[in-house]
Design a protein around this ligand. Structure first.
Ligand code: MG
Length: 389
């Protein structure tokens, strides 16, 4: 078995979404295809993946460094002992050949898109959904009744914030969501508190509302918000300040009794290790959001999970950033705490296919082979274009 070709294409995110610090209408994502020489059900077996959402396409790094390494490797050196599947640790080692340690930035997403496409390919070779294949390969028991999923959004609506925010959240309820995450930090504290009260009223439960500052606050503002937020007993308070400011997180954790969520902007086991060492996070309440699609893929994510487990965190405290099909399969396979979703935005990558119905706050992958990206109608034309179909 060998790789015949690897393709990458940069795709623009749709919609005019902005959080407190980033305008996503300028963002792109790398869609990747690994074409094998194998045929199943009359079709060439092709692995597909992308580098999550939020960090731009990385085609240059792939084309100049990573894809040539994979194509130049001895084909049998990339396979497992059975010769029937690609060996993901060998694939990862090849992708990273001649790269220095440290500096986990854009290349972590480039490597992840390629590595995850091999997981998709392996699952398709076995003709099973990725969550089943990942669980079997990593000797895990997958979740079978759907994973908890929350709707992230809660945008700002200048002028008539409360009414429109309530409408937005009620629309998520109609889609089957029960837990919401809303933006904070884009308005004055008093307005944010009134938005939080609106969200709690719609959700019917303070624990069904989380807030995300998207890394915007300086330490004193993060603490000031924490002081006011504590009384609400929210689901969590996400990314209060700079994601690498572990002192800020540690100080906030000393004063804020509720859950803090962080980790979506850390891209490696080494960075996660430092988070465990220095951020004062509390294993009984804080939430870890490291995203395999931004962090070299599932091989590295297993190392991250081992570190967080060793630090006392149960894997249900891990709720990866990035509401899309790839993370849904990973969460289901590894028995993590849940998934996010951004209903109606971040297309064509965000969200789930119609075959993965959201029901009463839970979502389950379909039984399509691999990650089932071909079932997502918004993404399917881009896949065909990438493959020249
Ligand atoms: Mg976030």
């Amino acid at each position: 078995m060998r790789i015949k070709a690897i393709y990458e294409r940069s795709i623009a995110l749709q919609g005019n979404i902005a959080n407190a610090v980033v305008d996503f209408s300028k963002h792109t994502v790398s869609l990747v295809a690994i074409v094998s020489d194998q045929v199943r059900n009359g079709k060439t077996v092709t692995g597909l993946a992308f580098n999550s959402i939020g960090r731009f396409a990385q085609g240059g790094i792939m084309r100049e460094r990573m894809i040539p390494r994979l194509m130049q490797a001895d084909p049998t050196s990339l396979l497992d002992a059975s010769g029937l599947h690609f060996d993901l640790s060998r694939i990862s080692a090849n992708i990273m050949r001649d790269e220095k340690p440290g500096g986990h930035g854009d290349r972590a997403g480039a490597a992840a898109a390629l590595e995850l496409a091999f997981w998709d390919l392996n699952a398709k070779l076995a003709d099973e959904p990725a969550y089943q294949h990942i669980a079997k390969t990593l000797e895990q028991t997958p979740i079978t009744q759907g994973v908890p999923v929350y709707a992230a959004g809660g945008y700002y609506y200048p002028g008539e914030s409360s009414r429109k925010l309530a409408e937005e959240l009620k629309a998520y309820q109609d889609l089957g969501y029960r837990v919401f995450k809303i933006k904070i930090g884009g308005a004055e504290l008093a307005e944010d508190l009134s938005r939080i009260e609106t969200a709690i009223k719609v959700a019917g439960d303070t624990g069904a509302v989380a807030v995300d500052a998207n890394g915007r606050f300086n330490p004193s503002t993060a603490l000031a918000y924490g002081k006011e937020l504590a009384a609400y007993k929210l689901r969590w308070y996400e990314e209060p300040g700079d994601p690498l400011d572990y002192t800020l997180l540690a100080e906030l954790g000393e004063h804020y009794q509720g859950s803090i969520a962080t980790g979506e902007n850390l891209f490696s086991a080494a960075d996660s290790h430092n988070l465990m060492r220095y951020a004062g996070l509390r294993p009984d309440k804080d939430i870890l959001q490291m995203d395999p699609g931004l962090s070299y893929g599932l091989t590295e994510y297993q190392k991250i999970l081992a570190l967080t487990t060793a630090a006392g965190f149960h894997r249900t405290q891990c709720i990866p950033h990035g509401g899309h099909l790839i993370n849904l399969h990973i969460v289901t396979a590894l028995g993590l705490g849940g998934c996010e979703a951004y209903p109606g935005v971040f297309e064509p990558f965000g969200g789930y296919s119609t075959q993965c119905r959201v029901d009463n706050g839970r979502v389950m992958p379909s039984d399509a082979p691999g990650f089932g990206l071909e079932q997502k109608t918004e993404l399917a034309p881009h896949i065909d274009h990438l493959l020249g179909i």
